[in-house]
Design a protein around this ligand. Sequence first.
Ligand SMILES: Nc1ncnc2c1ncn2[C@@H]1O[C@H](COP(=O)(O)OP(=O)(O)OP(=O)(O)O)[C@@H](O)[C@H]1O
Ligand SMILES: [Mg+2]
Length: 265
Amino acid sequence: MSIDKIFDVDRVTLRFGGVVSLNDVTLHQQRGEILAIIGPNGAGKTSLFNSLTGVYQPQEGSVTFCAQPGESFDVIGKKAHRVAKAGVARTFQASRMFSALTTFENIKIGAESHRGIGAVGAMLRGPGTRRDERKSDGKTIELLRFVGLEGQANTISSSLSYGDRRRLEIARALATEPQVLLLDEPAAGTNPSEKLALADLIRKVRDVMGVSILLIEHDMKLVMSLAERLYVLNFGSVIAEGTPDEIRANEAVISAYLGTTAEDA
Ligand SMILES: Nc1ncnc2c1ncn2[C@@H]1O[C@H](COP(=O)(O)OP(=O)(O)OP(=O)(O)O)[C@@H](O)[C@H]1O
Ligand SMILES: [Mg+2]
């Protein structure tokens, strides 16, 4: 039986002048999987995310996204907004919200950009736009509850705690109704209890919403507890693939990356 893959990355190479950011990378994600990408700084993790979302255009290889079983969408050559529309959502390593807006407004923008309600539509405010507005409001409230920010709806985003900001970013990405969610270091800057709560939220996104999760994370404890399978990148190449137990025991990974922390993870 063949695997139901949501992402199929085949022999992808990405170069910037003389720098090879991704070197002949082949990997896949099963539908419904919580999959992680780990590796040292500069290994190519964010470059991989950018190549999966239409931000970077690799020179070689192919990236196939299958929103539904049997469907396929070639990512390479497509613009980022088209890839997003096809069902790929992401959060960024450095926070990218509108910090002067409230939690509610930030999520609503995610919902509206997905529905294609532009500034002109909002100004004209025909009956269709009003209906869309109500839909966006309802969806925003639902997402606020889902991520546990209903009490912070009117808080200006820049005054949220790190943990809550990370939740807001996840909610905003989910507002586009994705099939897969790419999280680039979702726990960066958070404290240990916020990390545990974020891990629970990420699991809930998969379990309750059925959204596949692709995760970059440096915190070994967190990533090993959350991911069902991992790939390890080093200098742009995949050096290992396996379950958390297999990765912890992998000699190449230990020497390249985990070092003495392997036993602690
Ligand atoms: N737009 C770009 N222009 C030139 N070089 C780039 C560009 N983007 C990435 N690179 C290079 O690609 C390599 C991989 O970078 P990338 O950001 O993907 O690493 P990373 O694994 O995400 O690292 P970190 O853990 O620090 O976030 C680095 O050498 C980086 O300098
Ligand atoms: Mg990165």
